[in-house]
Design a protein around this ligand. Structure first.
Ligand SMILES: [Zn+2]
Length: 486
């Protein structure tokens, strides 16, 4: 809603003794800010001592008169008569104010009259002052939201003028896993002002979690709250205007027949299609296989050519090391999480003891790797080739865009690198893709029941056999054997 007001006449109130008296009665001696005379004329108690300027509340007062039709001058379009009282009686004024506005665009007048509406001045295109909704500036959540954006704008204004904050802030992130890595990555994304994060997990918060999983508290563990629910809620505590969606779902895994549920596969597929960045953050290798396959399918056409789709980011931890990698997307061909494997993902959870699936790593590794992952996505978001940027395509305005970064805490070293997909990968290779496209869910079911078929389908078995045959054919003399040992 927009309206403009203009004082068209102003006279001393002392000229009308009767009105002066009824105006004083309307606000009383107690000091009401505004009132209505017995004749229906609005009265305003101004804090300015004199002259033709009025305090900030006067604008709200005029707006209320206009919205409620109080003080309307009969026969004069848009004119309102109001009285202004001041500390010194000789400074009291009677004003006629002309108001015009676009009341029709207001969604709900009653909301305004309930106090959700606050009038104020803003500059419009013609440099004419008019009213605006001030509620957005008075709401703590709205203030927090703009303060977060200001953080990012300061980077742009002071250091990187070419930065386009919307390129990262507008992204939708899917967190596959809302534990140690999910919490840390979400916290870093909030720092960039990202507003849309979907938290997926099937577990609950355990007592050992809060010290490492930065969005949880002891009370979450006491109540055994679902991780995805608690993570979204705590993230909203940090940034109230975050759209933190929750998905409680167990990801089907190769070698875990009971984990296969068709509706979960379908939901996962749908979620991947709905998000810009898919973060693989679960705590087992095999739970990353299906999402990696689905992203590979979404970013590769039936001829094996890349097509634009979501960016998959994998973060994996060792005791004192980590790897952050981006998967293939469009024309950018990269190694996926399984490209370095020479066997199909097996059941890695079976032998776990202690606190179920808690990963045994140095505590600083998760925070470090999460920060690197988020900053890599930030850099890619600013690159002209976006998710398809390869290291050779040059830096983004935030720096290099490696395909993969390995970090080593033992010597505080980061190693950025370029990667290529493996032709016999058990997840993203052409033959796996073709089989999945041909057999669909039947293929997935077979893999969940018997993960070793991945080695067959991908051609990994054939390749291993060739290597064995080649070694067998070699006739090594003693000198060559020494060389092999090196
Ligand atoms: Zn791969």
């Amino acid at each position: 809603m927009v309206y403009a007001s203009q004082v068209i006449s102003s006279a001393p109130l002392a000229d009308d003794a009767a009105l002066q008296k009824s105006a004083e009665q309307a606000v009383g001696k107690g000091g009401a800010k505004a009132g209505l005379t017995a004749e229906g004329i609005p009265v305003y108690r101004d804090s300015i001592s004199g002259g033709e300027v009025y305090d900030a509340g006067f604008r709200n007062f005029l707006t209320m008169c206009w919205l409620q039709g109080k003080g309307k001058v009969e026969g004069e379009e848009g004119q309102y008569k109001v009285v202004v009282l001041r500390q010194e009686a000789e400074q009291n004024r009677v004003l006629t104010v002309k108001m015009a506005g676009d009341g029709a665009s207001m969604k709900d007048k009653s909301d305004c009259l309930d106090g959700a509406f606050q009038a104020g001045w803003v500059k419009n295109e013609g440099s004419v002052v008019h009213s605006t909704q001030l509620a957005q500036w008075l709401d703590p959540a709205a203030i927090a939201s703009s303060a977060v954006d200001l953080n990012i704008k300061l980077i742009k204004w002071r250091l990187v003028p070419e930065l386009v904050p919307e390129n990262i802030q507008g992204l939708k992130f899917l967190m596959l896993g809302s534990g140690t890595l999910g919490c840390s990555i979400a916290r870093n994304l909030l720092g960039w002002g990202v507003r849309h994060i979907t938290f997926l997990d099937s577990g609950v918060v355990n007592y050992s979690n809060p010290v490492r999983q930065s969005l949880f508290t002891h009370s979450d563990a006491k109540l055994k709250r679902p991780k995805a629910v608690a993570a979204a809620e705590r993230a909203r505590d940090v940034m109230p205007d975050l759209q933190g969606d929750v998905v409680e779902l167990e990801i089907p895994m190769p070698g875990h027949p009971h984990s296969y549920k068709q509706e979960n596969v379908d939901r996962l597929k749908q979620l991947i299609a709905e998000h810009d960045v898919v973060c693989m953050l679960t705590d087992s290798r095999e739970s990353r296989w299906l999402p990696s396959l689905l992203v590979a399918e979404a970013t590769m056409d039936s001829k094996g050519k890349g097509k634009t789709g979501p960016l998959a980011v994998t973060v994996a931890l060792g005791f004192d090391s980590f790897v952050v990698m981006t998967h293939s997307c469009g024309s950018a061909k990269r190694a996926c999480y399984f490209c370095n494997d020479v066997s199909a993902p097996t059941d890695s959870i079976k032998e776990r003891t202690l606190d179920k699936q808690c990963t045994v790593v140095r505590p600083g590794v998760s925070g470090w790797s999460a920060a690197v992952a988020v900053e890599l996505v930030a850099s890619l978001s600013q690159h002209p080739d976006r998710w398809e940027a390869k290291p050779k395509a040059g830096e983004s305005i935030l720096g290099e865009v490696p395909d993969q970064i390995r970090g080593y805490l033992s010597n505080y070293r980061l190693a950025p690198m370029e990667t290529e997909p493996f032709a016999h990968c058990v997840c993203c290779s052409q033959s796996i893709m073709e089989t999945y496209r041909r057999d669909g869910n039947d293929f997935l079911k077979r893999v969940m029941e018997n993960n070793s078929i991945l080695e067959e389908v991908s051609g990994l078995n054939g390749m291993k056999q060739k290597v064995d045959d080649a070694i067998g054919d070699l006739e090594l003399d003693e000198e060559d054997e020494d060389l092999c040992l090196l």
